[in-house]
Each structure stands twice: as C-alpha cells, then as structure tokens.
Design a protein. Sequence first.
Length: 202
Amino acid sequence: MAQAEARAATPAAQASPGVLRLVEGFRDRIEEILDDSIRGMRDEIPSYRTADASMVESVREHVRLHFEALMNSLSEDRPISREDLLFVRPAATFRARSGVPLADFMHAFRIGQREIWRGLAAGVTDNETREAALSVVEEVIQYVNLASTHAAEVYVEVEGLLQAQGERVRRDLLGDLLAGRLPEPGRRLDDACPYVDAHLAD
C-alpha cells in the first residue's frame, strides 16, 4: 500500500525546457502543419489526389493523432509504445478497404515525417531550442519507424482478410451458378461484383 502511494506521488517525467518550448510551438502551429501535410499528400500521391471529402477528413484526423502522440511522447520524455498507436488500426483498415495501395499509405507517412521535421525546425529560435531539436532526433526517428511499421502490419493483415473474403464470395457465387441458381439481388451480389470484375480483369 505504501509503495503504491509512493509511486502515485512520484511526479511524471517531463522534458527539458527547450523541448517543451518546441512542443508548445508545434502545437500552436498544428493546423498549419496539418494543412501542409494534406497538401503534400494530395500533390504527391495519386490515390490521395482523387480522394473524396470523407477520405481527406479521415487522413487529416489520422495525421493529427500522430502529431499529438509524438508531442505527448516528447513533452513527457518517454518512448512511444504500441499502446499509444491504437488509433492506427481503424485508419489502416479504412485505407485498405478503400483501395489505397500500401505504397501510397507509406508515402503518406514519409510526408508526415517531413512535416514533423519542418514543424519542429520552425520552432528553433535560439540556442536552447536548437539544442532541444537536436536532442529529439532519435525519438522522432523511433516514433516514425514504429508507427509506420505498425501501420504496414495492420494494412497487410486487413488486406489478407479482404482477399480471403473475396475468394469466399467468388466460390459461393460459382457454386450457385453451377447449381443453376441465379444469385438474388442484394448485399451478397453487391459484395461479389468487385471481386468478379477484378478476376475477369486478371
């Protein structure tokens, strides 16, 4: 009991004043950094260029959550963990289901990383913040590596499930046709059409 109370009384770790200033400056400019990120993605990535409004909003929110997770990690002077990245799974699932290629998804991460560096660099105004920026290089690299690896793993997992679902749909449809049963209009036939079209294109 006493040990638990002692741990609870221990203050959370905090970054140096220079890092806290960098983080504060980044947070103050986060909307501008998000704008630059989305603009870069739409300029450089074909599937993002043609994305509809709902996809763009999803991408922006996903990028925002990454920025916030990284800034929290830096300000609290602690490494990022997979528990901090639980928001990646729904975003990666949405990209995979929407047909965004994995290469494009990873390209978006590289653009996000670029804007992180630019956002932090914009906050360097004196020796204290310059030293702080140099001190967080490793942490930022570790964050991007962990986040992008986790996102790719989730994407591949979801893509595999979608492919398995497509094979199952095709088998069921073929079974109906061989048995002389025409598939009834509805969700099942709608789900089959994209997989059948892709199979015929192959």
